[in-house]
Design a protein around this ligand. Structure first.
Ligand SMILES: NC(=O)c1ccc[n+]([C@@H]2O[C@H](COP(=O)([O-])OP(=O)(O)OC[C@H]3O[C@@H](n4cnc5c(N)ncnc54)[C@H](O)[C@@H]3O)[C@@H](O)[C@H]2O)c1
Length: 249
């Protein structure tokens, strides 16, 4: 499929995990892809795995709004337009509420929520001028609440509120905004979670197995497509059914 031919897709946190899987998928469907990440070495290695595509890589810390603005300017300047923004960068610093330090709180909110805002604000101008845009931001199954994740849950619930508001403000300009709420997906982030907690959660997935980054790339490639133009303000759960609720077996 070449449904992204002529389209420019910008992805944050693109050096590994879900970001890299999405970059690979959009490139395979013909897009020019701008990959941004705070980890420059990993980003260079990641870009080398994607062949036969127009790519741009930038070291961008999404918490730095001036850097984000310069990145989006650079992307539109070099690649001519910006059709899709994937707000994917995120981090975890899990702890029970009384053990979350100020640093742990701010770091998670700054990357996972404020970073997404910086990128969406920067993307809105070029998307409005084109009369076309797709913003897909990463929430999490945790947005409804999760033990030991006050900071992360606040950020991921914030992404839902932000997405719904971007959807309202973008609607008359041809811009859609949607969120993806992944369940447990096999990435370096999941690998960093402690073993017993991960096993307990995996057992709660109705499908009884974790997801692959490609499962998320599939959802993103749909939500960011031209064909999904009448879908806006939604949160798409991609989680093997874990968010449905309790199950007797
Ligand atoms: N993997 C899962 O099971 C899962 C579940 C729910 C939600 N998510 C969300 O999906 C997104 C991607 O997760 P992942 O599992 O691929 O994570 P990951 O840790 O494997 O990759 C995240 C990437 O973001 C980059 N990054 C971190 N801070 C950054 C910053 N300040 N600026 C730019 N880049 C930065 C990292 O260098 C890394 O390359 C995150 O928002 C995460 O919260 C993941």
């Amino acid at each position: 499929m070449n449904r992204y031919q002529g389209r420019v897709v910008a992805i944050t946190g693109a050096a590994q995990g879900l970001g890299l899987a999405m970059a690979t998928r959009f490139a395979a469907e013909g897009a020019a892809v701008a990959l941004a990440d705070v980890n420059e070495q990993a980003l260079t290695r990641a870009a080398e795995t994607i062949t036969d595509a127009t790519l741009r890589t930038d070291r961008v810390d999404v918490t730095d709004s001036a850097r984000v603005n310069a990145w989006i300017d650079g992307v539109t300047g070099e690649l001519g337009r910006l059709d899709v923004l994937i707000n994917n960068a995120g981090i975890i610093r899990d702890n029970r509420v009384e053990d979350i330090t100020d640093d742990d709180w701010h770091a998670v909110i700054d990357v996972s929520l404020t970073g997404g805002f910086h990128c969406a604000r920067a993307a809105f101008g070029p998307m409005k001028r084109q009369g076309y845009g797709r913003i897909v931001s990463f929430s999490s199954m945790s947005w409804r609440g999760n033990f030991g994740q006050t900071n992360y849950v606040a950020a991921k619930a914030g992404i839902v509120g932000m997405t719904r508001t971007l959807a309202l403000e973008g609607a008359r300009h041809g811009i859609t905004a949607n969120a993806i709420a992944p369940g447990l997906i096999e990435t370096p982030m999941l690998a960093s979670m402690n073993g017993p907690a991960r096993d307990k959660l995996t057992h709660k997935i109705p499908m009884r197995h974790t997801g692959r980054p490609e499962d998320i790339a599939e959802a993103a490639a749909f939500l960011a497509s031209e064909a999904a133009g009448y879908i806006t303000g939604v949160v798409l759960d991609v989680d093997g059914g874990i968010s449905i609720g309790s199950s007797i077996r």
